[in-house]
Design a protein. Structure first.
Length: 486
């Protein structure tokens, strides 16, 4: 049990490092939806779609490969230096090539040319810190990791608030002064990107000593072995990112041009309300990924992996029901403009989709610890194919509703495929009865509350209390052991 206490302690700190910054970032949603119409918010969302995809390409799976080789290689300094130099040099090559072809890149991505320079620089700055952040996680320094992550987002939010709220007011009150000279009307998208760029530059500055303290050079033989491991991870990452964000791009391409970005902006804003599940799953993954590798050779690791998945499903079921019950409260708090609310029906669907994704990440332990990462690529590719196919077929008919259902179909299929393949190659004794019970009960209560009773808050609270009561009665001993260390 002490092993799990340590894991949950690290997951909690990683949660702070992930959830708190993104919660702070989540607070920008009311700001963005207040100062920008859905169409302009759609423009920003499209840029961030491409951020997500290119981040995976520039990392080329080396983060996961770093964890794997750092945990099993005797010469850890060689793993660190090889990882840093490979990601750093490839990022420099991309930087030079992207600026040389920036007009073509802008046309290809449907991003306005005036934004493409910011886009390239932010991508590269973020790529340079991938391995330094991975090193902090591998060395179990979640506190330092959290401080740097939180500082990054606080800087980003601070500049966003200044550029979008403070500067316009200063310019109006000082029409002949310096503030008016600095302020540019209708410059919201550029101000958002400048804020991101500043935060990324400061983060790289903090972590840059990693590049100047290398004790080893580039190990070509080691790099080849790491690359064989990492490339399937990259393919899986690209496919996964397509599942996560590509629907927003397809909305801008498959809907009529006069409504495309407005519809996408509406969808993207309501999609953000599912962030609570995404943040929980991400924090959990950050905590368990090093754990998977470091305990793969311990006594009975499969039992530990099964217990971790049980805990995830229990907590995820609570979060699913809570967000559904309070959905109408959250939309008032975080999406101030009622023009965005028309897409609220996608929230329960996407919440469940991200719950399935979190379970998939837990189930994926089998192909990571057995070095069968090609299966991760295949599973993610199947999910991406479903995402693209369903969106292409049904967006013209059903708009963003099709995108929400496509997300659920993709993540649900990935979860089931990973479980089925895992049973063959690395069977883990999951408690399917418990997992099915909590997940099924949470989904049933959510559907009753949201669709059966039009999301009546009082009925939803009653169902939530019933669920929590059942959970406490069935898991009391485990909860006490985790909390009290017994």
């Amino acid at each position: 049990m002490k092993l799990f206490q340590k894991l949950f302690k690290q997951t909690f700190i990683y949660g702070l490092a992930t959830v708190l910054p993104r919660m702070l970032s989540f607070l920008l949603v009311p700001l963005y939806t207040a100062v920008m119409a859905p169409g302009l918010y759609g423009e920003v969302s499209l840029i961030f779609v491409w951020f997500a995809i290119f981040n995976v390409i520039l990392a080329f799976g080396m983060e996961t490969a770093f964890f794997r080789f750092y945990s099993k290689e005797a010469n850890k300094e060689s793993v660190l230096s090889t990882s840093l130099l490979s990601v750093g040099s490839s990022t420099l090559i991309f930087l030079i090539a992207a600026f040389a072809m920036r007009e073509s890149l802008a046309n290809l991505l449907n991003i306005e040319l005036r934004y493409i320079g910011y886009f390239i620089l932010i991508l590269c700055l973020d790529a340079f810190v991938i391995i330094p952040f991975a090193k902090l996680r591998a060395e179990e320094q979640p506190g330092v990791y959290a401080i740097i992550k939180i500082a990054n987002v606080c800087t980003n939010i601070g500049f966003n608030l200044f550029f979008l709220l403070v500067l316009p007011k200063l310019a109006l009150s000082d029409t002949e002064g310096i503030w008016n000279a600095l302020y540019v009307p209708d410059y919201e998208v550029s101000y958002i990107l400048i804020s991101n760029l500043t935060a990324s530059a400061i983060t790289l500055l903090i972590l840059s000593p990693n590049y100047f303290r290398l004790k080893r050079g580039f190990d070509t033989a080691l790099f080849k072995r790491m690359l064989r491991y990492s490339l399937p991870v990259m393919i899986a990452g690209i496919a996964f990112t397509i599942n996560e964000v590509f629907d927003k791009y397809l909305l801008t391409e498959l809907l009529p041009p006069e409504i495309a970005k407005s519809e996408m902006g509406t969808y993207a804003a309501c999609y953000r309300l599912t962030m609570f599940m995404t943040l929980f799953a991400t924090a959990f993954r950050l905590g368990i990924e090093p754990f998977f590798f470091s305990h793969s050779q311990s006594d009975n690791p499969k039992k530990a992996y099964a217990q971790i998945t049980n805990y995830f499903v229990v907590l995820g079921s609570v979060i699913l029901l809570m967000v559904v019950v309070f959905a109408d409260v959250l939309k008032v708090l975080f999406i101030r403009d009622e023009a965005y609310w028309e897409a609220m029906a996608i929230v329960p669907i996407v919440l469940l989709a991200n719950f399935c994704l979190g379970i998939y990440h837990n189930l994926s332990v089998w192909y990571k610890v057995t070095d069968r990462t090609r299966f991760g690529a295949i599973i993610s590719a199947v999910g991406a194919a479903l995402t693209i196919a369903i969106n292409f077929m049904f967006i013209p008919l059903y708009g963003y509703q099709a995108s929400a259902w496509a997300t659920l179909a993709a993540y649900g299929t990935m979860m089931l495929l990973s479980y089925a393949l895992g049973r063959k190659y690395y069977p883990i004794p999951y408690n399917l009865r418990k997992i099915s019970f909590y997940m099924g009960l949470s989904i049933a209560f959510s559907a009753i509350s949201y669709y059966g009773f039009n999301n009546n808050l009082y009925l939803g609270l009653g169902l939530l209390l019933v669920f929590l009561g059942i959970l406490y009665r069935m898991e009391k001993e485990v909860l006490l052991k985790l909390l009290l260390g017994k």
